[in-house]
Ligand binder design. Structure first.
Ligand code: CA
Length: 242
C-alpha cells in the first residue's frame, strides 16, 4: 500500500514526542502530534488517524479519559505508552479499549513492532477476515478450519478448550489478551473470574507445543495481565530448533 499511515502521537514531554515522531517519519509513517488530552480529542476527530500512541500522564486529563472519550465515536486502534508499569494499569488500559500498551522506557524496535502488529490486526478486522485459515509461526502451525495443530510437522492433540484458547491467541497474534478476555471468549460471558483454570489449560498447551514449557517461545506470559502469542520467532530461536 502506497498511502502512508497516519500516526497520532499524544505526549506532553517534547523530548519523547520528538523522538517518537522522528522515528515514525524515518519508518515511513505520517505523524500528527498532540501535547494534551483536549487537543488530542479534537485532533483525532479532525485527522481520523490510522492509529494513536497515547501517553497516560497528560497535564490536563488522564490518557485513559481520552481513550474512553474517543471510544464513544471511534474504533481507532490505540497503543498506550506509559511510564506506569503496574499490571492493574495495563489491564485497565486494555479493558478501556487500548489495543496494546508499551511501558516507558521502551526500545524503538519494540515500538515499531507493536505498531505494525496492531495495524495488521485492525486491517484484518476491517477486511472482515480475521486471518487466513492457517496460522504459522516458527514450527507451530494451527489450521483453524480443520482444527489441526502441528509442531515441526508432528500432530499435537489438544482438547476442545485448549484449541479454543490457542486459536484465540493465534487470531490476535502479537497482542496481549487479558485473562478476562480469554475466559469470556472461551467459557462465555458468565464464566468465573478465576484465572486458575485458564492457567492450567495454558500450562497444558505449553507442555504439548513448547520444547521447553518453562521457557515458552510461542505463548508468552504478561504477568498479571494475560497472554500473548508471538508473531515471529527471533532468529536464534528458529535456527536452534534442530
Ligand atoms: Ca506524560
Amino acid at each position: 500500500m502506497s498511502t502512508k499511515r497516519l500516526v497520532m502521537v499524544v505526549e506532553d514531554e517534547a523530548g519523547i514526542r520528538d523522538m517518537i515522531s522522528t522515528l515514525l517519519i524515518a519508518n515511513g509513517y505520517s505523524v500528527v502530534t498532540a501535547e494534551n488530552g483536549h487537543s488530542a480529542i479534537t485532533l483525532i476527530a479532525s485527522y481520523n488517524p490510522d492509529i494513536i500512541l497515547l501517553d497516560l500522564g497528560l497535564p490536563d486529563m488522564d490518557g485513559l479519559e481520552v481513550l474512553r472519550t474517543v471510544r464513544h465515536w471511534s474504533a481507532v486502534p490505540v497503543i498506550v505508552v506509559s511510564a506506569r508499569g503496574q499490571e492493574s494499569e495495563k489491564v485497565e488500559a486494555l479493558d478501556a479499549g487500548a489495543g496494546d500498551y508499551i511501558v516507558k522506557p521502551f526500545g524503538t524496535e519494540e515500538l515499531l513492532a507493536r505498531l505494525r502488529a496492531t495495524l495488521r490486526y485492525t486491517e484484518r478486522m476491517v477486511q472482515g477476515s480475521m486471518v487466513s485459515d492457517v496460522y504459522n509461526v516458527g514450527g507451530l502451525r494451527v489450521d483453524f478450519g480443520k482444527r489441526v495443530v502441528t509442531v515441526d510437522g508432528k500432530d499435537v492433540h489438544l482438547t476442545q478448550i485448549e484449541f479454543k484458547i490457542l486459536a484465540l491467541l493465534c487470531k490476535d497474534a502479537g497482542r496481549v489478551l487479558t485473562y478476562e478476555y480469554i475466559c469470556r471468549n472461551v467459557w462465555g460471558p458468565y464464566s468465573s473470574r478465576d484465572n486458575q483454570i485458564l492457567r492450567v489449560n495454558v500450562a497444558n498447551i505449553r507442555h504439548k507445543i513448547e520444547k521447553n514449557p518453562a521457557q515458552p517461545k510461542y505463548i508468552l506470559t504478561e504477568i498479571g495481565v494475560g497472554y500473548r502469542l508471538v508473531e515471529a520467532l527471533k532468529e536464534d530461536e528458529e535456527t536452534d530448533s534442530d
